[in-house]
Design a protein around this ligand. Structure first.
Ligand SMILES: [Zn+2]
Length: 67
């Protein structure tokens, strides 16, 4: 089970991760934070994360761009 927290409706909980649905199971908002165990991630998603990390650059042009 993956943990999630929706920033739109505030729903928190656990659900079975579905890589085709990156949205809140309650309200459907895409503004959801997921906390997946690495062993729960589909290999395809891990590949995408590894690629993103390898291409990441320092975000020093937006030092305060978070809420
Ligand atoms: Zn929600």
């Amino acid at each position: 089970m993956a943990r999630f927290r929706c920033r739109a409706c505030g729903q928190e909980g656990e659900f079975t991760y579905d890589p085709t649905r990156h949205e809140c199971p309650r309200c459907g908002s895409p503004d959801v934070q997921f906390a997946l165990g690495i062993d729960e991630m589909p290999e395809e998603l891990i590949d995408r994360i590894v690629q993103a990390l390898s291409q990441a650059k320092p975000l020093d042009d937006h030092p305060t761009d978070e809420d």
